[in-house]
Design a protein around this ligand. Structure first.
Ligand SMILES: NC(=O)c1ccc[n+]([C@@H]2O[C@H](COP(=O)([O-])OP(=O)(O)OC[C@H]3O[C@@H](n4cnc5c(N)ncnc54)[C@H](O)[C@@H]3O)[C@@H](O)[C@H]2O)c1
Length: 306
């Protein structure tokens, strides 16, 4: 298949590109390198450095005639979306529409979209959240992801473009940016390897559902199957506190660090965990890498980067 992967120079997208190439697909990476890196791009992929909001993207779609669009590029910083909602909407909503229009006009048959679990459901009413959980995004980022989901439903109902929407929870693993705002695993590992104390915001009992990158990649490979369609949480259904992540990493790294807490960040969700039952029922997907294994693999990778 001929596949366009937006955000293919970033953390999640670059791993998906690697897997698609491994499976023998022809991949074009679309990325403006704003947070991604050239070093992440598989040398067997073609790279187009272009912003997803650029109308010229249409020419690329015309020339390439992609079968599938995997849309992983985004303004993915929740705090930034609160500071500058217009920028967030421009990249995530206008950029999305620019891609979907290009896809629709050039015969793309399926769009795979990187949505979010935590930021769409907001403070949860029940645990774990399934896909029918009320959507109460409490950031412009969550709103923009939800808007994309709705646009994709529109493109399917009017033009028959199939979609697979993955609501990822907290993805972690090799290549995650340790300078970002939300990759707590990458941030903690990098700090601990340098012998520095990471900061835990709040009392650290806030929970997240951490899903390892290899499992996320497997879901994206399964999504290419003709029978794969719909909206799915891509999650483990298991809740882990930030304190637990800190303690496992400290133990595994043998790091001489203290558990330092700072004031909780305003608006931070207390508990976030999503059910993967729908994805399991539809495609037999489940997370195979447990948190201990995933953290060890992540530590090994960060060590190898020194
Ligand atoms: N990492 C997670 O835990 C997580 C959770 C939920 C959803 N997501 C979503 O998954 C996707 C990938 O996230 P990630 O963690 O790999 O982030 P990332 O920042 O590593 O990757 C995003 C990529 O998009 C590119 N990009 C950003 N703006 C662009 C633009 N205007 N035009 C072209 N390229 C642009 C960046 O250069 C980068 O390579 C995003 O859509 C994000 O919202 C991630």
């Amino acid at each position: 298949m001929k596949i366009a992967v937006t955000g293919g120079a970033g953390f999640v997208g670059s791993h998906i590109v690697d897997a698609y190439i491994e499976e023998g697909h022809d991949v074009v990476v679309i990325d403006n390198l704003s947070t991604g890196s050239k070093a992440n791009i598989n040398p067997k992929a073609r790279f187009e450095k272009i912003d997803i909001t650029n109308p010229k993207i249409r020419d690329l779609f015309e020339a390439e005639k992609f079968d599938v669009l995997s849309h992983h590029a985004a303004q993915a910083n929740v705090r930034q979306s609160v500071i500058d909602p217009s920028f967030d909407a421009n990249v995530n909503i206008i950029g999305g529409i620019n891609l979907y229009e290009s896809a629709h006009k050039t015969g793309v048959s399926k769009i795979i979209f990187a949505s979010t679990g935590g930021a769409i459901y907001g403070e949860q009413k029940y645990f774990p959240a399934d896909e029918r959980h009320p959507k109460r995004p409490c950031s412009p980022y969550g709103v923009s992801k939800l808007a994309n989901e709705k646009y994709l439903v529109y493109y399917k109902s009017l033009f028959g473009i199939e979609h697979v929407i993955f609501r990822y929870t907290n993805v972690y693993g090799p290549r995650q940016n340790p300078e970002g705002e939300s990759g707590v695993v990458a941030i903690f590992v990098k700090k601990m390897l340098k012998g520095k104390n990471p900061v835990i915001f709040g009392d650290g009992t806030q929970t997240r559902d951490y899903v390892y990158i290899e499992d996320v990649v497997n879901a994206n490979v399964m999504a290419l199957d003709e029978k794969a369609k719909g909206i799915y949480n891509c999650s483990t259904g298991r809740e882990i506190s930030v304190n637990t992540i800190f303690r496992i990493l400290k133990y595994r790294l043998g790091a001489d660090v203290k558990e330092l807490h700072e004031e909780a960040q305003s608006g931070e969700q207390l508990r976030s965990v999503c059910s993967h039952r729908k994805l399991f029922k539809a495609l037999g997907w489940k997370a195979d890498v447990d948190i201990e294994q995933g953290l060890i693999k992540t530590i090994d990778w960060f060590r190898s980067q020194k």
